[in-house]
Write a protein that binds this ligand. Structure first.
Ligand SMILES: Nc1ncnc2c1ncn2[C@@H]1O[C@H](COP(=O)(O)OP(=O)(O)OP(=O)(O)O)[C@@H](O)[C@H]1O
Length: 316
């Protein structure tokens, strides 16, 4: 089932005023407000120690918040823990399974833990969807790293949750497997599951996420649609390869942010992705007026990584 409307807007998880101070006295989260939307892929980004795992732990009911409330699909995670937890699947950072059990036993057992009646047909579909069906009788210890990770996902989905948390799903996974994982996560979303992932690979968020949240030092500093974020904060560059080298930017072009590169053979124009496109045609017109001819032009755009570094790096 595909989400009825896209982009999704209906709330599935609500975090309101959540703070966490550990017993050591360290305040890991400061008054977090966050709404996750049904059917989206939400990427939570932040530097090491920013509080991502703590926040996920709190939403999943594993870590107690010091204050604030969390609801998951309408259930309060503290006062209605069992009902809320049943809606949630969690794939933690560390691969934790009983290595000597078979894939089938692990996944069936996990479903039982949530009080769900056995449903071999559902588990078969799940394992087939994760390309694990032919490994169902294999002991986990015999599987490759990528397969073990998929077993963790199957385990987390065994009780048919509507919300799936993936904490660093592709850490240490090679590029090819990472792409397989992305495909799989997308197809989960198609089936109506809401996905929240944390990642250190920012290109993963750029590739996958509908929305991005950035957490830094225990505070959410930004939540935005990915496309909007890249449009608002992204920079673009236009590089012109000149027919004749320049020694300086002509005064007639001083209204534009231009720099000379490649020993005068290139002129580089940097602009905001959201700038008026008319400005670009004005630049090209003014270049012609100034007698500057070019033989080639290239544009490039800043990545989410550049944007992320500028956001988090600006906060010492
Ligand atoms: N049980 C604990 N007791 C005290 N401090 C803790 C505890 N667990 C985590 N912290 C601290 O809280 C902060 C946030 O940790 P958390 O694991 O949530 O960050 P993270 O964003 O997930 O980091 P990473 O990207 O490295 O996994 C860190 O400074 C960490 O040292």
């Amino acid at each position: 089932m595909k989400a009825d409307h896209f982009p999704p807007t209906e709330a599935i998880v609500t975090v309101a005023g959540v703070s966490k101070t550990y017993a050591s006295g360290f305040q890991a989260l400061k008054n977090i407000d966050l709404t996750l939307r049904r059917g989206e892929i939400f990427a939570l980004l932040g530097p090491n120690g920013a509080g991502k795992t703590t926040l996920i732990g709190i939403i999943c009911g594993i870590v107690n918040p010091s204050s604030g409330t969390i609801t998951a699909d309408g259930h309060n995670i503290i006062s209605d823990f069992r009902a809320a937890r049943t809606k949630i699947g969690l794939v933690p950072q560390e691969l934790a399974t009983d290595a000597f059990e078979s894939v089938w036993a692990t996944v069936s057992f996990s479903r039982g833990l949530f009080g769900k009646p056995p449903n071999p047909a559902f588990l078969e579909k799940l394992l087939r969807g994760l390309s694990l069906w032919d490994k169902k009788d294999s002991k986990i210890v015999t599987l490759s790293g990528g397969m073990k990770r998929r077993v963790m996902i199957a385990k987390a989905l065994s009780h048919e949750p509507r919300i799936l948390f993936l904490d660093e799903p592709t850490a240490g996974v090679d590029v090819e497997l990472r792409r397989d994982m992305w495909e799989m996560v997308r197809s989960l979303r198609e089936s109506g599951v809401t996905i929240i992932l944390t990642t250190h690979y920012i290109e993963e968020a750029e590739e996958m996420a509908d929305r991005i949240g950035v957490i830094s030092r225990g505070e959410i500093i930004l939540v935005e649609d990915k496309a909007e974020l890249m449009r608002k904060l992204g920079k673009k560059q236009l590089t012109l390869s000149l027919r004749a080298p320049l020694t300086a930017v002509p005064a007639a072009l001083s209204a534009f942010q231009l720099e000379i590169a490649d020993a005068g053979n290139q002129l580089v124009y940097t602009f905001d992705a959201k700038d008026d496109p008319e400005r670009l045609s004005r630049l090209l017109h003014d270049l012609g007026e100034s007698g500057i001819a070019f033989k080639d032009l290239q544009t490039s755009q800043s990545s989410l990584e550049d944007i992320f570094v500028s956001l988090v790096g600006a906060r010492p």
